[in-house]
Design a protein around this ligand. Structure first.
Ligand SMILES: C[S@@+](CC[C@H](N)C(=O)[O-])C[C@H]1O[C@@H](n2cnc3c(N)ncnc32)[C@H](O)[C@@H]1O
Length: 293
């Protein structure tokens, strides 16, 4: 039954709308900005070892708001450097939005953007084919590892590209968030797409620990108002539900018992708190920073 459900990533236009709705209803952007300004700026201060040119790779950059925030922090920490920024993003719409954002920003003369309309795996294959020897000072994967087939191999490859003092930043939902609880309970029921990984930082930390890879991690407290998900037929609630379940048109296509189970769990205290008629989902994220091998 559950195998008839389609993954949200199969429909880029619906995916982007759901993601937009998620961003509007959650404090994700604010919590990332806070992390960039209060924590990442210290992490980035040591990259580059005094070089006058830095190489950055952004994987799954989306429309670039967070990337530009990080580039601006990098510049504050390393005034006068030039930057090569490889943008890796498979969605043409998102890549277009990113380019528009760059065209409106006057403080990016020091950055050369290379646009790669491709997945992380295609970029990796491309890199190997070209036998590129360039090393990177800063690589980031923000809310992206869910969409690769093999997160371990992806981390391994990109870590191998780091230069001395280089940093690899991964941000995903925390294993302790509502997402972690939801996926632990339901991933086996509706996950039938080999691309979408219901992966949390808990999974990544276990993986790194088992391989003896050292890292630093930082909790990013965040929440999301999911009240609309509980109003039958509410368009915005349906977009949010698609994003939460990673299922295309979840409300219309999920078997009733699965839908009921997911809705019940979403408002359960394990996932959310309720007050003043609002259901607020625990959207805590976690950042993991890995050094050169
Ligand atoms: C949740 S969004 C995050 C966007 C951005 N990093 C941010 O935090 O605002 C995930 C992004 O990953 C992209 N993506 C999906 N599959 C990918 C893959 N296999 N490799 C790289 N990026 C991918 C999507 O198109 C989307 O823009």
């Amino acid at each position: 039954m559950a195998n008839t459900l389609k993954s949200l990533v199969c429909d880029d236009s619906r995916y982007q709308k759901s993601f937009q709705m998620f961003r509007e209803r959650s404090s994700e952007n604010e919590c990332m900005r806070e992390f960039i300004h209060n924590v990442l700026r210290h992490v980035l201060s040591s990259v580059g070892n005094g070089k006058s040119h830095l190489n950055v790779i952004g994987l799954g950059s989306g429309s670039g708001e967070i990337d530009l925030e990080m580039l601006s922090t990098l510049r504050m920490k390393h005034p006068g450097v030039t930057v090569d920024n490889e943008v890796v993003e498979p969605s043409s719409q998102q890549l277009h939005n990113y380019k528009v954002l760059v065209s409106k920003n006057r403080d990016l003369d020091h950055v050369k953007f290379t646009w790669n309309k491709m997945t992380a795996l295609e970029f990796e294959e491309h890199w190997k084919e070209k036998k590129t020897t360039t090393k990177a000072d800063f690589i980031h994967m923000i809310q992206m590892l869910y969409y690769v087939k093999d997160p371990e191999a992806t981390i391994d490859f990109f870590q191998s590209l780091l230069d001395n003092n280089g940093k690899l930043l991964i941000i995903l939902v925390s294993g302790e968030s509502g997402w972690g609880k939801l996926w632990n309970t339901y991933r086996h029921l509706y996950c039938n797409n080999e691309v979408s990984q219901f992966v949390t930082t808990g999974d990544i930390k276990r993986l790194l620990d088992s391989k003896g890879v050292s890292y630093q991690s930082y909790e990013l407290p965040s929440q999301m108002d999911i009240t609309e998900c509980f109003t039958e037929g509410d368009e915005q609630g349906e977009l949010l539900l698609d994003f939460l379940t990673e299922v295309l048109d979840f409300s219309k296509t999920a078997p009733p018992e699965l839908k009921e189970g997911v809705l019940n769990l979403l408002r359960h205290p394990d996932c959310s708190t309720e007050s003043d008629g609002k259901v607020v989902f625990n959207n805590n994220l976690e950042a993991i920073v890995i050094d050169q091998k």
